[in-house]
Design a protein around this ligand. Structure first.
Ligand code: HEC
Ligand code: HEC
Length: 428
């Protein structure tokens, strides 16, 4: 399964495989047939997944040249513009550790939905509105209120959609599972269509009218998913020099002291160490039948370095809270930082206070930050220090605390972050 998944990820798809989607957009809508095989903007934009995901090897992040013009794929071929009016320009993320991330999101979703069910039950029993705090694994997602008639007020949920499903993938936090991403990416980037979407939901064996039927079976998508979920977990490369090591340790302490760790949570605990495919929260068009599940122990199988086992579960050192935040200072402030507020098209729902969905991004995982340059959702920053200085909004206090540190301590924070890396395979 691992081998087949890897093959699908690195294969340069050709027209016999079904590459191209002449009559279908990248979001799976019918259009006039005979559209071009490739468009750099609205895609198909690459011959293989690994065309973009290749730092430091297949499955990883990508350089600026591998950016995707997100949402252009919904249009008929966009051949002449990369203007922000048409798409959100995003840098390629790496999938090392994606299995643990997906399982964290599922456990958190289960917790949040249980809180909702308990509040609903209590409101019914007491005949009073019940307001519940949405907390899971130490992360606070605001509150919700349940009414005796079974309705809910979700306007005070924070950093998660009203359905309370943690969507840990895509920088705007809009995709539930590796599988959902894979089904979409196969169509979007390569015009390779998954039967679980196009045959079973759209009801067509050749929806994209390229003359090839059943391009990717449910089994194909399962293996591509499992392979990504079993990529090694990012780890740390510590310096040998004791002086540098002391700096790194100082940087790690300062990172917590100045509040970076309030969003970039150094470790979250998984109750289960197993990756189970498929994800029960998958949306329509993505296989979700749990009676046909496949699972593996993320602390025992897959590429190394692997997840660290603790008790029956595991610890995930990803430096994220899987919550969406607004890093935009309000306009009008004298030195407002709005660097990360460069998108025009909203992908996620507006958060509380009616702020636009364009301002919200998931706390970026930092466990591969040492070797996944360039930085920022657009990949238009070349150093870690610049990425820190561009934090405003909810992270303004912590960013200002960083600038107030003595220069050596600022350097130490960056030195600490540089130790977080995707290591070569086989190394411990
Ligand atoms: C043209 C470049 C490109 C190609 C080809 C590509 N991707 Fe991506 N991938 C991206 C970008 C850019 C992102 C980040 C998207 C965002 O944040 O909007 C991403 C994100 C992802 C993620 C989510 C990672 C995370 O942590 O959020 C997964 C999973 C993924 N890609 C899988 C695939 C698969 C599977 C293929 C092949 C079917 C593929 N990608 C092909 C550029 C690409
Ligand atoms: C309020 C939550 C929050 C706080 C506090 C915060 N961050 Fe972030 N951080 C984010 C989000 C969200 C992103 C993604 C920004 C984007 O690309 O749109 C991010 C991105 C980053 C990146 C870029 C990573 C990459 O690969 O592109 C670095 C580095 C980083 N943060 C370090 C820090 C440091 C150091 C601190 C403390 C001074 C800090 N952050 C405080 C939420 C936060």
């Amino acid at each position: 399964m691992f081998d087949h998944g890897r093959t699908l990820f690195i294969t340069a798809f050709n027209r016999c495989d079904g590459q191209g989607r002449p009559a279908t957009t990248g979001t799976g809508i019918n259009r006039e047939p005979n559209q071009p095989a490739f468009s750099r903007v609205s895609a198909p934009d690459s011959n293989a997944c690994s065309g973009c995901h290749n730092q430091p090897r297949p499955g990883g992040a990508g350089d600026f040249v591998a950016n995707v013009f997100v949402l252009a794929q919904a249009a008929d071929p966009v051949l002449d513009t990369i203007s922000d009016d048409f798409s959100n320009n995003r840098n390629t993320l790496g999938m090392f550790g994606a299995g643990p991330i997906e399982m964290l999101a599922r456990e958190m979703t289960t917790d949040l939905q249980r809180i909702r069910e308990d509040a609903l039950a209590q409101a019914q029993v007491t005949d009073q509105p019940v307001t519940a705090s949405l907390d899971t694994k130490g992360v606070h997602f605001g509150t919700l209120t349940a009414y005796p008639d079974g309705t809910l007020d979700t306007s005070h949920c924070e950093g998660v959609d009203a359905d309370l499903i943690i969507k840990p993938f895509h920088q705007a936090g809009v995709v539930t599972s590796i599988r959902e991403f894979t089904v979409n990416a196969m169509n979007h980037h390569h015009g390779m269509q998954a039967e679980e979407w196009f045959d079973l939901v759209q009801g067509s064996r050749d929806f994209d009218e390229d003359g090839v039927e059943q391009e990717l079976t449910i089994g194909d998508i399962t293996t591509a998913t499992i392979w990504q979920a079993a990529l090694g977990t990012p780890s740390r490369r510590m310096p040998d020099d004791p002086q540098l090591l002391a700096l790194v340790e100082r940087g790690e302490e300062a990172f917590a002291e100045i509040g970076c760790a309030s969003c970039h949570v150094p470790e979250l605990k998984l109750e289960s160490r197993f990756f189970v495919e498929p994800n029960p929260f998958n949306p329509e068009g993505t296989f979700a039948d749990g009676t046909q599940a496949f699972s593996f122990d993320m602390t025992q199988e897959g590429d190394s370095p692997r997840l660290e086992r603790v008790g029956d579960g595991a610890v995930v050192r990803a430096y994220t809270d899987l919550k969406r935040h607004d890093l935009c200072d309000p306009t009008g402030l004298p030195d407002a930082i709005r660097f990360f507020c460069d998108e025009q098209l909203a992908q996620n729902q507006p958060d509380q206070d009616g702020k636009p969905g364009t301002e919200f991004f998931l706390t970026r995982k930092l466990w591969d930050v040492g070797n996944s340059a360039p930085y920022g959702h657009r990949g238009n920053l070349t150093t870690i220090a610049e990425a820190i200085l561009m934090h405003g909004g909810e992270a303004r206090a912590s960013r200002d605390a960083f600038t107030e540190l003595p220069f050596e301590d600022q350097q130490a924070v960056v030195d600490f972050l540089r130790t977080l890396q995707v290591l070569p395979q086989q190394s411990a």
